[in-house]
Write a protein that binds this ligand. Structure first.
Ligand SMILES: *Cc1c(COP(=O)(O)O)cnc(C)c1O
Length: 470
């Protein structure tokens, strides 16, 4: 009797070796792959719909299909030319960690099931707290990404600040905050109308006067303000709110201070970042995305909470069929502090690269990105007609091409066209933002694979395409 679902030693080697050959070739060719390759990709996707397979087919043919057909038809989010949205790259070492974690398949939802492995993941959370300057009382949990981290934070704040009947609770943020914050509030049970999206200043940071006015008005009207959310790097322009001022308002008003640092918080590793992010260490909760600015593969976010007990109060829930939960400080059951029970051992994919290299190469990468965006800014300024709409506060900037005599609508069309032409060169992928009805082009530099040569390519392509609009 043979069991195809249980490969023997030779078969395991063969599977990994054959996959590795494709993976290495793929990663080594990233710099010459197109930055975006989705012409006809959705039509192609539709041709893949098929019934439940009744019979198997050779591994090699499946690898051919994946690496030759399915994978290439995408945004090349792993490549150096991905300056779109918020890049991360994807460390290969984390992929190796995932192979180990999935192959040994230990259970880390409860501490008793694998205490040492749970401790490794807890260490990762502690290290993130240390990077932020959080006190020893802080704790947190790794999530699948920023969205689930925002959700966990809002639920924690709701539990800490409001009664069970919480529908008078109101939340405050700028109109530039990532939509996952509104989604988190909505999933946490708040009507969208309870979220106050406030105006921003000329650098796209929340207006503190508007924040104070809104809180005062709501109190007068019988609402219960309970949470103010700052952005440590917005998606459209990378703007960082004045976090120190927001912390002060939150303190004076006795509100929970949350910071969305999915993109920006890890810049606390750099001196320049620490200056821009001053005040983040005063937050009650912060989210960050290692799958962005720690260059990990997608599927790794984190929420950190100043008072670790608050997380547990919001998420703890008893079941007799589970092992005993840890009561001593220093040990943690992830299921007690998060919405999840069974899940992947995602901590290993952070732990392995940090233990292999220490933090220094990560700091150095983020410093390089800060230098690169400064180069991009200086080069864009030299191009006739380019208007810098948002200077970089971290490593995202927004610009547009302006030609005299055109209306906003015409300029929007022109810039939409310009963006399409730059991207059609396939060396870099850029994405747009709409700011007050104005179409702008963003450059976001945050992948460990993006270096000076790629920024120069971006500038060459922008310069060449701008010339068409003389
Ligand atoms: C990416 C991002 C999010 C959402 O995180 P996911 O990991 O995509 O779920 C939230 N806020 C900001 C500022 C982001 O950049």
């Amino acid at each position: 009797m043979t069991y195809p679902l249980e490969p023997d030693a030779n078969e395991m080697h063969r599977l990994v070796d054959e996959a590795m050959q494709r993976i290495v070739a793929h990663i080594e060719s990233l710099p010459t792959q197109p930055a975006i390759n989705v012409d006809g990709a959705t039509e192609y996707a539709r041709t893949l719909i098929e019934p439940l397979p009744r019979e198997g087919q050779p591994f090699e043919s499946l690898l051919d299909f994946l690496f030759n057909d399915a994978i290439p038809r995408s945004f090349n989010a792993a490549g150096p030319g991905y300056l779109a949205y918020v890049p991360g790259g994807g460390l290969f070492h984390s992929a190796v960690a995932d192979l180990i974690a999935n192959a040994v398949n230990r259970y880390i939802g409860v501490c008793a099931a694998a205490p040492a492995l749970v401790q490794l993941e807890s260490n990762v959370v502690r290290w993130f707290c240390e990077i932020l300057g959080f006190p020893g009382t802080a704790g947190g949990v790794l999530t699948s990404g920023g969205s689930l981290a925002n959700f966990t934070a809002v639920v924690t704040a709701r539990r800490a600040m409001l009664p069970d009947d919480f529908l008078r609770g109101t939340l405050y943020c700028s109109n530039q905050i990532h939509h996952s914050f509104q989604k988190a509030a909505s999933l946490a049970g708040f009507p969208i109308a309870n979220i106050r999206e406030l105006p921003v200043d000329d650098r796209y940071r929340i207006r503190i006067d508007a924040l104070q006015d809104a809180i005062a008005r709501d109190r007068a009207d019988g609402w219960t303000p309970f949470l103010v959310a700052g952005s440590a790097g917005t998606t459209p322009t990378g703007a960082v709110d004045d976090l120190a001022e927001m912390a002060r308002v939150a303190r004076e008003e006795r509100l929970w201070f949350h910071v969305d640092g999915a993109y920006g918080a890890l810049f606390m590793l750099t001196e320049r970042g620490q200056t821009v992010l001053r005040g983040i260490e005063e937050a009650d909760s912060v989210i960050l995305d290692p799958h962005k600015t720690l260059f990990l593969p997608f599927g790794t976010g984190a929420v950190l909470v100043r008072d670790a007990h608050a997380l547990r109060r919001a998420h703890s829930s008893h079941a007799d069929y589970l092992p005993d939960m840890q009561e001593e400080d220093g040990l943690v059951d992830f299921c007690e502090i998060s919405p999840e029970l069974s899940r992947d051992f995602r901590g290993l994919r952070v732990w392995l690269p940090l233990k292999l290299f220490g933090i220094e190469p990560f700091r150095q990468q983020l410093d390089e990105k800060l230098d690169l965006i400064a180069i991009a800014l200086a080069e864009l300024r030299k191009i006739e007609g380019i208007e810098i709409v948002a200077e970089p506060q971290l490593t995202i900037l927004a610009f547009r091409l302006v030609r005299p005599g055109l209306s906003t609508e015409q300029l929007n069309d022109l810039n939409r066209d310009l963006l399409a032409r730059i991207t059609a060169r396939k060396r870099v992928m850029l994405t747009p933002a709409i700011l007050d009805g104005v179409f702008v082009i963003r450059i976001a530099i945050s992948s460990h694979r993006t270096h000076r040569d790629r920024v120069e390519m971006a500038m060459e392509d922008i310069r060449a395409e701008v010339l068409r609009y003389e």
